[in-house]
Design a protein around this ligand. Structure first.
Ligand code: NAD
Length: 340
């Protein structure tokens, strides 16, 4: 199928070129992000392939439809940034990659937890300056600690498996229990109990109206002083102003973010010679006990291979059969959102 790939990154192209040999799609790569302003680039393409920070609001979708686009192939699992109702109204199908490597995201989550706990980011800089002093680098044993996992689907389960190996007590909160997590010894609780009891709170739920700003001032107020919070799910699950206040008051002991509410303007780009205009992001980057990574939790060789292969297979399935097992429909969506 004639496909325009928006927001192409250098690291994706070799995967597309190699794996497309078996699919034979007519692929065009562009670096531009999809927005209402760039939608016209899709003229004469039956398919646009997009990533998490491309804009897929009603206006952009209408413009894509006018250009003849029939299919939106998401290179992501999350689809909260797509106005699925608008896609349905304009007869555009939307397909996604439901699972690629939950291990990649889970392992990055643990990477943030451990780096923050043992202050690896600070130790790295110190030692390079010839400063081998340990003051300020003390961590805690993860063994025996209570970890609250919010969202116990594919990624939450992988996180639970790893943390079981560390010897943690696992608390879980989800709208549906995962029997495999229960087998690992996870105790499902209500949110309040999880907040009160957890030394570490880690987020693995989708962004929906129910989870938007789930971690807000009230929720943080219920947590232990010095709690560690890690978010590798979606930025909007955390109220950034609330966590900044709680970092300042030292209620939050450390914070790991791979996603950020307003990441669309920043992530996946080299802005190192620009002044960051977002004061909240800039403030977050000043805390010694905060690590922000730029939505890289998924970023392993295995995950990228799976994302590209499933994307190409999705496009082929729609081309051949007019439907696809990985299609997403408006009724599954709770609310479109500007974030990934
Ligand atoms: P999943 O669908 O397997 O699991 C999500 C879980 O969240 C499900 O068990 C679901 O029941 C639960 N859930 C839904 N609503 C909830 C609510 N209101 N409260 C609590 N739990 C709720 O998804 P997954 O593949 O495990 O992905 C989890 C999250 O990770 C998603 O937000 C996804 O977008 C994000 N993600 C991030 C990256 C990254 O690179 N940072 C990569 C992939 C996925």
């Amino acid at each position: 199928m004639k496909t325009l790939i928006f927001s192409t990154q250098d690291y994706e192209r070799p995967f597309f070129e190699t794996l497309n040999k078996d699919h034979g799609h007519d692929l065009t790569y562009i670096e531009a992000q999809l927005t209402a302003d760039t939608a016209s680039l899709a003229r004469d393409h039956a398919c646009v392939c997009v990533f998490v920070n491309d804009t897929l609001d009603a206006e952009t979708i209408e413009l894509l439809a006018e250009e003849g686009v029939k299919l939106i192939a998401l290179r992501s699992a999350g689809f909260n940034h797509v106005d699925l109702e608008a896609a349905g109204e304009h007869g555009l199908k939307v397909v996604r990659v439901p699972a690629y490597s939950p291990h990649a995201v889970a392992e990055h989550t643990l990477c943030l937890m451990m780096a923050l706990n043992r202050k690896v980011h600070r130790a790295y800089n110190r030692v390079r300056e010839g400063n081998f002093a340990l003051n300020g680098l003390m961590g805690f044993d993860v063994h025996g600690k209570t970890v609250g996992i919010i969202g116990t689907g594919k990624i939450g389960e992988c996180v639970a498996e790893i943390l079981k190996g560390f010897g943690c007590r696992l608390l879980g909160f989800d709208v549906a229990k995962n029997p495999d997590c229960e087998k690992l010894g996870m105790e499902y609780t209500d949110l309040d109990t999880l907040f009160k009891a957890s030394d570490i709170v880690t987020l693995h739920c989708p962004l929906t109206p129910d989870t938007e700003h789930l971690i807000d001032e009230q929720a943080i107020g219920k947590m232990k002083k010095g709690v560690q919070i890690v978010n590798t799910s979606r930025g909007g699950v955390v109220d950034t102003s609330a966590v900044i206040q709680a970092l300042k008051s030292e209620k939050i002991g450390s914070l790991g973010l791979d996603v950020y509410e307003e990441e669309g303007d920043f992530f996946f780009r080299n802005l190192s010679d620009k002044v960051i205009q977002d004061d909240q992001l800039a403030r977050l980057l000043t805390f010694p006990n905060v690590i922000v990574t730029g939505h890289q939790a998924f970023f392993t060789h295995e995950a990228l291979h799976a994302i590209v292969e499933t994307t190409l297979a999705n496009i082929r399935q729609v081309e051949k059969d007019g439907e696809c097992e990985n299609e997403v429909f408006a009724e599954k969506l709770v609310k479109p959102d500007s974030e990934s």
